[in-house]
Design a protein around this ligand. Structure first.
Ligand code: NDP
Length: 314
C-alpha cells in the first residue's frame, strides 16, 4: 500500500524532474526583457540558496550583486563566480544594521544608479531537528521580518523605472502558511486578520509579530495558537508573506512605467546550513523558483506565493 507520504514524495520528485527539464529550455528573445545592464541584488548570498540564485541569475546574463554581512566570506564567494566568468559584483550588506543598509544604497546609487531585481533571501533559523526553542525569537523576527522590510523600504527608491517593471522576490516558507492541510496556525483571529488582504496593513502585520514576541516574553506563547514547531521562524515567514501582499497592493498604485512587482516563494526543504544539510533537495533546485520569478516575462503577476514554479495558497 502506498502511504500519503510516499505519494507526496512521488509528486514532488515528478515536479522536480519537470522543472529540471524546464530549466534546460532557453528563454526566447521576446521573453528576455533583461540585458547585461540589468542589475539584480541578492541578500545573504555568500552561501546556500542565495549563492545559487546569484549563480543562476548571472548565468542568464544579468549583472548580479552578491551581498553578505561578512565582507571576507562574501568576497570569496563572489570570487568563485567571477572566476567562472560570471558578471558578479560584491558589496557588504547586513540587513539588521541601518548604517550598512545606507552604505549599500549609497554604493548602488554611485556605481549602478538603480537596480531591477531585489531578492530578499537573508534569513536565520535557530531550530534544527525536532526541538523547538523560542529563545532567539527576537533575532528571528528582527532579521527575517524587520530586516527584510528595512532593505525593501531602502531599495524601492533605487528601483528602475521601466516598462517591464522592477521585481521584488521574498524567500519565505510554507511553514508560514495560513490555510490548508499543512498550516500549523491555530489562532483563528490571527488567521482571519492576515487572510483578509483587502483590509490587511503593515501595522496589522507589525502588531501580530509584536503580540507573538510579547507572549514569548511573558511565557504564554504556547497557549497563543502559534505553530508548535519552528515557532518563531514560522511566525517570521507568515509575517513576510503577509507583508508581501501589503507591499504588492501599495506598489500596484504606482503609474505605468514605474511598476514594481512583489512576490514570495518557498524553496522547499533544502540541503543548506540552515537545515543542517538535512533537506531533501539541492540548493540549485531550491533557488529555481526565485530565479524564475525574478525573470518572469509576464509583468502583471504580483502579491502571490509560489513553490516549484506554481502559485500556492498563502
Ligand atoms: P543559509 O543559512 O545557508 O543562508 C542564510 C543566509 O542569510 C546566509 O548567507 C546568512 O549569512 C544570511 N544572513 C543571516 N542574517 C543576515 C543579516 N542580518 N544580514 C545579511 N545576511 C544575513 O540558509 P538557506 O540558504 O537555506 O536560506 C536562505 C533563505 O531561504 C532564508 O530566508 C530561509 O529562511 C529560506 N528558506 C530555507 C529553507 C531551507 O530548507 N533551507 C526552507 C524555506 C525557506 P551568514 O553566512 O553570515 O550567516
Amino acid at each position: 500500500m502506498v502511504g500519503s507520504k510516499d505519494k507526496s514524495k512521488e509528486k514532488r520528485d515528478k515536479r522536480l524532474q519537470e522543472i529540471s527539464l524546464l530549466r534546460t529550455i532557453p528563454y526566447s528573445d521576446h521573453q528576455r526583457w533583461w540585458t547585461s545592464e540589468t542589475v539584480a541584488v541578492v541578500t545573504g548570498a555568500n552561501r546556500g540558496i542565495g549563492f545559487e540564485m546569484v549563480r543562476q541569475l548571472a548565468g542568464h546574463g544579468l549583472t548580479v550583486i552578491l551581498t553578505s554581512r561578512d565582507e571576507n566570506v562574501g568576497v570569496e564567494a563572489a570570487k568563485i563566480l567571477q572566476e567562472g566568468g560570471f558578471n558578479v559584483d560584491f558589496h557588504r550588506l547586513d540587513i539588521l544594521d541601518p548604517s550598512s543598509i545606507q552604505d549599500f544604497c549609497n554604493w548602488i546609487k554611485e556605481k549602478y544608479e538603480c537596480i531591477d531585481v531585489l531578492i530578499n533571501n537573508a534569513g536565520v533559523n535557530y531550530n534544527v531537528g525536532s526541538g523547538n526553542s523560542v529563545e532567539f525569537s527576537n533575532m528571528v523576527i528582527s532579521t527575517n521580518y524587520y530586516g527584510t522590510k528595512n532593505i525593501i523600504t531602502a531599495m524601492i527608491p533605487l528601483m528602475r523605472h521601466a516598462s517591464q517593471g522592477a521585481r521584488i522576490v521574498n524567500v519565505t516558507s510554507r511553514l508560514g502558511r495560513l490555510k490548508g492541510r499543512h498550516s500549523k496556525l491555530e489562532n483563528e483571529a490571527v488567521r482571519a486578520k492576515l487572510m483578509d488582504v483587502d483590509s490587511l496593513t503593515e501595522e496589522i502585520v507589525d502588531e501580530t509579530v509584536s503580540e507573538f514576541l510579547k507572549q514569548v516574553e511573558e511565557g504564554t506563547w504556547e497557549s497563543g495558537g502559534w505553530p508548535h514547531s519552528f515557532t518563531d521562524y514560522s511566525v517570521s515567514k507568515m509575517a513576510v508573506n503577509a507583508y508581501t501582499r501589503v507591499l504588492a497592493k501599495e506598489l500596484s498604485e504606482r503609474p505605468d512605467g514605474e511598476k514594481i512587482y512583489a512576490n514570495c516563494f518557498c524553496p522547499g526543504w533544502v540541503k543548506t546550513a540552515m537545515t543542517g544539510y538535512a533537506g531533501n533537495i539541492s540548493a540549485e533546485d531550491g533557488a529555481d523558483t526565485g530565479v524564475w520569478l525574478a525573470l518572469l516575462p509576464d509583468q502583471a503577476i504580483t502579491g502571490k506565493f509560489f513553490a516549484e514554479r506554481r502559485e500556492i495558497n498563502f
